[in-house]
Design a protein around this ligand. Structure first.
Ligand code: ADP
Ligand code: MG
Length: 245
């Protein structure tokens, strides 16, 4: 049995051309990964390791220098690949004078939605993300955690099958991060595939079915976290046994 993966990345390399006399920079080097439909996949790595760049190529926002990426079998270079995706960028921008509900209605209209269907979808997403009590408050007064949840509600408005979340818990306090992690688990329960980045492994380890660990633009480990930890422990044991007493 073979099902189409939600995300496929094959031998992706992304080089940013130099500007103002600076040389070209290879941000992503020969990265491959597969996100199966229905799973939560964590792309983990320190700042600057190439996570956001990889996501942007997957989303069709940046062009690959080499390699291929696709979403549910449709190449990222085709606009149709974007219809099934909701995206929460790093530091999402909102119009501060709109309230939470207006924000979702505005974004929904940009996605081609309208009327009663959009209104009920917006209210459903506000309830799902725990923002119904804040729905008529101006977004300018929201905390960082509330803004991230509004970003999740916005990303979900057009009923995507795949959510791509770039550092959803960055800058959010521990209680707010907990709520966002619980929401990711809820999204999976609803059948939504999630690709999420974080520079903090411990933030994401309990929600991710599998992780890919990036460093300096390369994929250095990929798999189920328990297996990776077991391998690390074994490596440590081998090293301990090998070192002189
Ligand atoms: P991460 O999301 O893991 O923090 P990024 O993918 O944002 O990493 O960045 C990877 C590397 O690529 C960094 O060194 C960054 O400075 C560089 N980079 C990102 N975007 C650009 C760009 N538009 N032009 C040049 N370099 C970039
Ligand atoms: Mg990033």
């Amino acid at each position: 049995m073979s099902t189409t993966p939600a995300v496929s990345v094959k031998n992706l390399t992304k080089i940013f051309k130099g500007s103002l006399g600076k040389g070209a920079f290879r941000a992503v080097h020969d990265v491959s990964l597969t996100v199966e439909a229905g799973e939560v996949y964590g792309l983990i790595g320190p700042n600057g390791s190439g996570k956001s760049t990889t996501m942007k190529v997957i989303l069709g926002l940046l062009k690959a220098t080499a390699g291929e990426t696709s979403i549910f079998g449709i190449p990222s270079t085709e606009v149709a690949s974007r219809h099934s995706v909701g995206f929460l960028p790093e530091n999402p921008y909102f119009y501060k004078h709109l309230n939470g509900r207006e924000t979702l209605l505005f974004y929904g209209r940009l996605c081609g939605m309208s009327g009663a269907a959009l209104k009920s979808r917006a209210d459903e997403m506000l309830a799902l993300t725990g923002l119904e009590d804040a729905a008529t408050r101006r977004v300018g007064g929201y905390s960082k955690g509330m803004l991230q949840r509004l970003g999740l509600a916005q990303a979900l408005i057009h009923e995507p099958r795949l959510l791509v979340l770039d550092e959803p818990t960055a800058g959010v306090d521990p209680a707010g991060s907990r709520i966002i992690r619980d929401l990711i688990i809820e999204f999976r329960a609803r059948g939504i595939t999630v690709l999420v980045t974080s520079h903090l492994l411990e933030q994401m380890q309990e929600v991710c079915d599998r992780v890919g660990i990036m460093a300096h633009g390369r994929m250095v480990r990929e798999g189920r976290l328990e297996d990776l930890i077991a391998v690390e422990n074994q490596t440590e044991m081998v090293l301990e046994n090998a070192s002189p007493a």
